[in-house]
Design a protein around this ligand. Structure first.
Ligand code: ADP
Ligand code: ZN
Ligand code: ZN
Length: 707
């Protein structure tokens, strides 16, 4: 007797396969089981999605059999399959693509015997539990932390922990996790962070705090792991051995059969949005997943619901609006830990650069403030969101600029290895001896990046000394300085141990670090984002500057003197005014008012259709044809969806490919979803038109984070 099964596999992009394929099997297999099946000439990993009564429309010649099941791995749960199904349909991607991308890559390569070996090793490791756990030291909760936790316990909705930088949000996450884990031996907690490398402290804190749960109870899941580590972490999560999973956005799709709490730290961070393939928002999926895991738990009792807590000092306007409308519950922690001891927020100083000497890197008053800190043995942090030495190299004789040959962008001058590098496509060359166009040997850097800033700060401070008479130490942290494995950890350690006096860097240094001795933070050129065409640019800038300010004065004794300096040509801009008052709420109200008036998210719902081709015209032709098809077919939901004209993407050419986009907007999420589902299959048809055959690729981005 044979059985028929719907099995999900990763089909090639833009193939017409969007759902499961039907296979025959000699044994009964349950939904969720991992199998290997033939696909074309290959054998691939698949997930059994459903049993079926017959072969459906398959002819005898088309019928194929399951090659084998991956014994020893429990089937993926119905909840996991629902989550994957929702993700695929909401973000308009093939089911197989989403399902398989959510599994560790090594699982795709292992055959049955390789897997058996791996599982044995895994089982052995998990039985080697050691030592009687010690009770980890926990701080006494502050009053507002205790209050936030009480409110969370009784909340019946997703919660947003709106806590100032340094208010102790992490401790709240840990206590909420403890609460869940101690009541239920099967319970699992997922804690998501934007980037794990930036928070090595958190990982060790989790290990310490949850040591009592045994070895292997805390695992990390992120893309920086080796394939073997990733498989190991995934298996630990899937088997329930891992009780606490610390992960980046990809972890939201991990198999977690006992999931009872999801924490999304720094929920406003754009890196929660995946930027290729299925462009999901891990924050939004966290909300959906918690809802799903609660709804389907067998008893509707307290113990089996799944809670979700988002946390931020500067929440995304989407989440803030959800609090205002009552969909989320807000938990407020306005004060820093130790506020009664004087741990106040830093004083914000705006320097009008129009009043300063022309071309000054650091305004004289800022320089004086830095010197004061150095004399007192305190640390400072200077932030510039551009790496490299200079963003452009130019010839003033003929106007040549270091344009990338393949992108609509300039190549950045890196002085250390004397290269011109494209930060988009990676195209790198040694700096030419003279201008490639006219031969002029005097080609010069224009603008400033962190590499140059470090050099200039070193010069400006060279006459100064530390209290012990030794020379001032300036260090730089950015993507260039931390390329080597372990470099970031080493550099952060130097800051923590006080070896560094002045730290220069990109936004890498502004996020999350618990630096204890920094009393001055300076943003030296934030103006660029004030007038961006992306409507989210002000929200981003505000969050970034608030985060940066949050690095100053985290130690109570010094905070009376903690300052955040901002160099700007627009000191009266409302954004800076709100920053000066640490007034996120005022800023949010202002921005939401603007968004509402303009009908922008979160008051409307958006998607982008993007196309790539050898010429801009062709890319736009595709988008226009897509719009015409939609109009001609009068697609369901279309009456409530507005299509904007096709335009070049902000980075119009990337790696020799021209890119264009078209915005879709609707006041109704269901209408937009309905419309896209009907539209997507027609887009595949479009490429059959001779004129559009050479379009390279196209994709929908639902709820895009940058426009
Ligand atoms: P946030 O994430 O809100 O910016 P953190 O969680 O980093 O703040 O906490 C700031 C600092 O306060 C950390 O050094 C943390 O160890 C400390 N802290 C947190 N809660 C307490 C508490 N209840 N008592 C003493 N120190 C605390
Ligand atoms: Zn020239
Ligand atoms: Zn390039």
């Amino acid at each position: 007797m044979s059985f028929w099964l719907d099995i999900v596999v990763a089909a090639p992009a833009h193939s017409s396969i969007t759902g499961p394929l039907t296979y025959e099997s000699e044994s009964a297999l349950s939904p969720g089981q991992l199998v290997r099946v033939p696909l074309g000439r290959r054998e691939v990993l698949g997930v059994v999605w459903a049993e079926r009564d017959d072969a459906g429309a398959l002819t005898a010649a088309q019928r194929k059999s399951v090659a084998g099941a991956l014994e020893g791995i429990e089937p993926l749960s119905p909840n996991w399959r629902s989550l994957i199904g929702f993700t695929a349909s909401y973000y308009q991607r093939a089911l197989g693509e989403v399902a398989l991308a959510a599994l560790p890559p090594q699982l795709r390569e292992l055959d049955a015997s390789g897997l058996t070996r791996r599982l044995k090793r895994h089982a052995k490791a998990s039985h080697s539990r050691t030592t009687a756990p010690t009770e980890a030291a926990r701080p006494v909760l502050s009053e507002q932390q205790a209050q936030a936790l009480r409110a969370f316990e009784s909340a019946d909705r997703p919660a947003l922990l709106y806590g100032a930088t340094g208010s102790g949000k992490t401790e709240v996450y840990l206590r909420a996790a403890e609460e869940v884990l101690k009541n239920d031996a099967q319970a699992q907690v997922l804690i998501m962070v934007p980037e794990i490398n930036l928070t090595p402290q958190l990982q060790s804190r989790l290990h310490d705090r949850f040591a009592a749960l045994g070895d292997g109870a805390v695992v990390a899941l992120h893309s920086g792991l080796t394939p073997a580590q990733r498989l190991k972490g995934w298996l630990a999560a899937h088997t329930g051995q891992a009780r606490v999973v610390l992960g980046t956005r990809m972890a939201v799709l991990a198999s977690l059969p006992g999931l009872r709490l999801i924490v999304v730290d720094e929920e406003h961070d754009p890196s929660y949005k995946q930027q290729e393939g299925a462009r999901y928002s891990a924050r939004d999926l966290a909300i959906y997943r918690a809802h799903l895991e609660s709804r389907s738990s067998n008893a509707r009792s307290e113990a089996t619901r799944c809670r979700v807590m988002l946390g931020s000092a500067t929440p995304s306007l989407e989440s803030w609006q959800a609090c205002l409308s009552g969909r989320y519950q807000r938990l407020d922690m306005p004060l820093r830990v130790g506020a009664s001891l004087g741990a106040a927020k830093p004083e914000v100083r705006l320097i009008d650069m129009a009043q300063q000497p022309r071309g000054a890197v650091l305004a004289p008053p800022l320089l004086a403030a830095l010197a004061e800190r150095i004399a007192r043995g305190e640390q400072s942090l200077i932030f510039l969101n551009r790496r490299g030495y200079a963003p452009v190299l130019a010839c003033h004789a003929c106007g040549w600029k270091s344009q990338c040959r393949y992108c609509s962008a300039y190549r950045v001058f890196h002085k250390l290895d004397r290269t011109l590098r494209c930060h988009h496509c990676g195209y790198t060359d040694p700096v030419p001896r003279g201008c490639p166009d006219c031969g002029n040997v005097d080609i010069t850097p224009v603008g400033r990046g962190t590499e140059q800033l470090e050099e200039q700060v070193n010069q400006l401070l060279s006459a100064l000394q530390r209290p012990d008479g030794s020379p001032v130490q300036v260090a730089r942290i950015d993507a260039d300085s931390t390329r080597l494995k372990g470099a970031l950890q080493a550099q952060l350690a130097q800051v923590h141990t006080g070896q560094t006096d002045v730290l220069v860097g990109t936004q890498m240094i502004t996020k999350g670090h618990d630096f204890r001795n920094i009393t001055l933070v300076a943003a030296i050129n934030p103006d660029g984002s004030l007038f961006s065409s992306d409507f989210r640019a002000p929200e981003r800038l505000f969050a970034l500057l608030m985060q940066a300010a949050g690095r100053a004065g985290r130690q109570a004794q010094q905070s009376a003197a903690a300052q955040m300096w901002v160099q700007t040509f627009h000191p009266h801009h409302p954004l800076f005014d709100a920053l000066r008052r640490h007034d996120y709420e005022g800023f949010a109200q202002e921005e939401l008012g603007t968004r509402q008036a303009a009908g922008l998210p979160p008051f409307s719902h958006a998607a982008l259709l993007r196309a790539e081709a050898s010429t801009q015209e062709l890319a736009q032709d595709f988008l226009r044809a897509a719009a015409q098809t939609a109009a001609a077919q009068a697609l369901a939901g279309g009456e409530r969806v507005r299509l904007y004209p096709a335009v070049p993407m902000p980075l119009q050419k990337l790696a020799n490919v021209e890119r264009a986009q078209m915005l879709l907007e609707s006041d109704s999420r269901p209408a937009l979803q309905q419309f896209m589902s009907a539209w997507l299959p027609l887009l595949g048809q479009l490429r059959k038109q001779p004129a559009l055959r050479r379009v390279i690729r196209w994709a929908l981005d639902v709820d895009p984070v940058s426009i």
